[in-house]
Design a protein around this ligand. Sequence first.
Ligand SMILES: Cc1cc2nc3c(=O)[nH]c(=O)nc-3n(C[C@H](O)[C@H](O)[C@H](O)COP(=O)(O)OP(=O)(O)OC[C@H]3O[C@@H](n4cnc5c(N)ncnc54)[C@H](O)[C@@H]3O)c2cc1C
Length: 388
Amino acid sequence: MTPFSGVDYYAIDGLLTDEERMIRKTVRDFVEREALPEIEACHSREEFPRQLIPRMASLGFFGANLKGYKCAGLNNIAYGLICQELERGDSGLRSMVSVQGSLCMYPIYAFGSEDQKQRWLPPMAAGRAIGCFGLTEPDHGSDPGGMETRAHADGDDYTISGTKRWITNGSIADIAIVWAKTSEGIRGFLVEKGTRGFSAHDIKGKFSLRASITSELVLDEVRVPRASMLPGVRGLKGPFACLTQARYGIVWGAIGAAMACYHTALDYAKNRTQFAKPLAGFQLVQQKLVHMLTEITKGQLLAWRLGKLKDDGALRPEQVSLAKRNNVSHALDIARLARDVLGANGIVNEYPVIRHMLNLETVNTYEGTYDMHTLIIGRDITGADAIR
Ligand SMILES: Cc1cc2nc3c(=O)[nH]c(=O)nc-3n(C[C@H](O)[C@H](O)[C@H](O)COP(=O)(O)OP(=O)(O)OC[C@H]3O[C@@H](n4cnc5c(N)ncnc54)[C@H](O)[C@@H]3O)c2cc1C
């Protein structure tokens, strides 16, 4: 295969600073040299390449857009480019960074006490402590407000009981952010690995996001001190604020997966001959390639503008919904088209396309499904709530 050198039909590189391009190159090199050689084996074994965690930390990937507490303090375009390049490798790599940074470090950073920040953020940035985010339950996915996990105040402690399911990094996490209903609404709790009554069990047999750990968390009368509650937020706006951060990373990550598929399909079409000429010379194949490139280009512009709005503090969650919905669904479409262009070779792991295609099925579902984002945007523009 021709080495990957990016997809940039609209000279979007010209919108990036030297530092942003340099960061992208660093991540691209890491993915090319250190992650891609590992990923197929991890995918087939259903495990995350944990040996990469110290290196990912040393490159500043964890909590990259947070300031202080040993975080890299990058702007949101640079952070987005990290997500893009990681997901060109595998959605599992980007998921690790999203969960660690946006779903675990961010709530501690934004809503935690100073003690919680000092205790957890530096080791999490260094990859010495891994986090997971427990919101979804077996019976409550798109409707997290229906959660059944309860935390009862008991003197200076809380006892938490419930089950969280589909939790990325669950069994390898040192700290879980668990969202539970209390007498004063939904609150977030920091639950440490090894706490009595707390266990995590991996979900096996996934066809998607296999190079990522997905677990069920069981909390059976887990006793935690009151000081482990996130003091700065109550209600669903806590988990939703985290999801906005993570969805922002997905907006960029999906472009990376789409780029990998487009690059593979273009290369394949130029080199595969049928009917005495390269596939790339047939109109129907060109139409597919052009569609892929068009959607990648539109997705890049959405992501870049979103990043600028985020840096300016002007980002609305509904704008993130629009870009998450668009970029992921088009990435999935691009992956399916690329798989088609590769014919029978599209179904084997010699090429990354089928892996990305299967991964993107999860990315389309988690952090708000395609349809839930439709309804969020629909509510925003019409004022009518069609979710309930
Ligand atoms: C690999 C993986 C990793 C994950 N990691 C995490 C994690 O780390 N932490 C975490 O908390 N969760 C995680 N999730 C859970 C994920 O966020 C949920 O799967 C997602 O929110 C959808 O919930 P659900 O699967 O229960 O589907 P459901 O909510 O049951 O939805 C099923 C279908 O019904 C549709 N639907 C639902 N409500 C409506 C409505 N009102 N109107 C129209 N259609 C509707 C949905 O769009 C979807 O098509 C993960 C999931 C996966 C697959």
